[in-house]
Design a protein around this ligand. Sequence first.
Ligand code: A2H
Length: 253
Amino acid sequence: EGVGPQEYTLIKLKVLDPLPPKLQKLSKKKIYLVAATLRPETMFGQTNCWIRPDMKYVAVDIIDNQVFICTTRAARNMSYQGFTKSNGQFEVLVDLIGQDIMGIKLSGPLTCYDVIYTLPMLTIKEDKGTGVVTSVPSDSPDDFAALRDLKKKAPLREKYGITDEMVLPFEPVPIIDVPEFGTLSAIVACDKLKIQSQNDKDKLQEAKEMVYMKGFYEGVMVVKGYEGQKVKDVKASLKKLMIDRKEAVVYQE
Ligand code: A2H
């Protein structure tokens, strides 16, 4: 990690009905899973949201009658950044483990899918971001590998109570053209390195390095309305667009 704080964009993924049992007592509030990302310009390609089934999460009281679901660690950080009613304090409304919020319906900003689902990712780190990760399999090798695992392995879906319709209809969306990798850069990188699953840690690291810098400096949008614009030129304005619409917030750690 570098020195100084890391700034993330938190993408607000609205929890839709039917609420899972553990969240039903919060039905009068606006409930969001909040996903930390470094790539706000890729949100057009969201296909699902990753949660770690065995990890602890909290549903926390946030200003403006909102509830955010994230790790306790992230909730504490948020409490010092003006998210909660009093500085440095946060109220936990419900304690959760990932499995309690698995396979639930969400709506997210910019994505072409009206409804997306929470799905299990086993490699989510407890000490980074919010513990909630939005999935963009077109541009993130980790996301592509984990989604492909679920698509290929029915027993994996069954283990976590995931049904076919939460996974099978969701295909990576071409959103950014990366020179030499094309419009589905994460898939090309995973193929080149013969990545087999989300557990191919070293190869996934290599795949990320292959596409990440190149995508940022040389990537060109192919999304309708943004065609031909460079990633580095639209990143800040897309972040601002979501923040202005209250679909995202800035978060530091
Ligand atoms: B990124 P850095 Cl399209 N555990 O968002 C594991 N991964 C996490 C995480 C956690 N607790 N919290 C955030 N992340 C992911 C989009 C994306 C991301 C794309 C391409 C690359 C990419 C869609 N997923 O990240 O260690 C989130 O995934 C490549 C590194 O702080 C977040 O941005 O640099 C990124 O890792 C933050 O990782």
